[in-house]
Design a protein around this ligand. Structure first.
Ligand code: TYD
Length: 201
C-alpha cells in the first residue's frame, strides 16, 4: 500500500539527504513536515545511544528496535499517518529501506524483511547514489564522533545491499505505484535541489 504524500530520502551515511530535506521543506514550511529515523522518541533515543557505541545489542535486537521505532514514527501519536491525515506532506530522512540495507548486512536479509513487510510504501523515494569513499570523507570532515556503521568496508557492503533493494523496488514499481528517483549525490547542492523540487510542482 502507498501512503500518499509520504516522501522518503535514503542513502548511505554522508550522502547528503539531510541538507536536501532542509532545502525542500524551506519552500513551504507550513505544508511540508520533516521527520527522521531514528526518531526523537524514546526508542529512537535508545537507538542513537546504540549507534554511538555506548552499548551493544545483538544485531537481531537492533532490527527489532528500528522496526519498533518506525511503528511509532508512522502510527504513533503525532506520527506520519496523523500528519498526512491533517493535510501535510511528510518528508522522512530514512525509512525501512535503511533497515533492508544496514541490518541485512549484520543479521541477514530474512528478519529485516519480515519485520518491515507490514509498513506502507512512500509515494516517492529519493535514493542518493554516491561512492562510499566520497560520502565517508564528508562524514569525516564533520569532525563528530563516528557512529558504529561509519566505516569504509561496512559502507561499501551497505551501498551494495541498497542497490539490490532499490532495484527490487524499481522492478515492482509498476504494480506497487511507488515512484523511485535516483539522485547523483555528487552533483552540486543547488542542482540536486532543483531536480527534487520538480517533483512538487
Ligand atoms: P543518519 O540518518 O545517518 O543520522 P545522522 O546523520 O544524524 O547521524 O542515521 C543514523 C544511522 O542509523 C545510520 O548509520 C543508518 C542507521 N540506520 C539503520 O541502521 N537502520 C535503520 O533502519 C535506520 C532508520 C537507520
Amino acid at each position: 500500500m502507498i501512503l500518499k504524500n509520504f516522501i522518503v530520502f535514503e542513502g548511505i551515511d554522508g550522502a547528503g539527504t539531510s541538507t536536501q530535506i532542509k532545502k525542500l521543506t524551506a519552500i513551504d514550511p507550513i505544508n511540508f513536515v520533516a521527520t527522521s529515523e531514528p526518531t526523537a522518541g524514546a526508542t529512537g533515543k535508545f537507538l542513537r545511544q546504540m549507534l554511538s557505541g555506548d552499548f551493544k545489542v545483538d544485531e537481531k535486537t537492533s532490527a527489532y528496535l528500528f522496526a519498533a521505532d518506525r511503528c511509532e514514527h508512522i502510527f504513533g501519536r503525532g506520527g506520519v499517518k496523523e500528519l498526512i491525515d491533517s493535510g501535510k506532506i511528510v518528508i522522512s530522512d530514512r525509512y525501512f529501506f535503511s533497515s533492508l540495507a544496514y541490518q541485512s548486512i549484520s543479521c541477514g536479509e530474512e528478519l529485516p524483511r519480515l519485520l518491515n513487510s507490514p509498513f506502507p510504501l512512500p509515494e516517492i523515494l529519493f535514493y542518493f547514489e554516491i561512492d562510499p569513499e566520497i560520502s565517508l570523507a564528508r562524514v569525516n570532515a564533520r569532525n563528530e564522533k563516528k557512529e558504529i556503521y561509519e566505516k569504509l568496508e561496512l559502507q561499501k557492503k551497505i551501498a551494495a545491499q541498497y542497490e539490490i533493494v532499490i532495484k527490487e523496488y524499481e522492478k515492482k514499481s509498476q504494480e506497487t505505484g511507488i515512484k523511485i528517483v535516483r539522485i547523483d549525490a555528487t552533483d552540486s547542492i543547488e542542482n540536486i535541489s532543483n531536480t527534487i523540487k520538480k517533483y512538487f510542482r
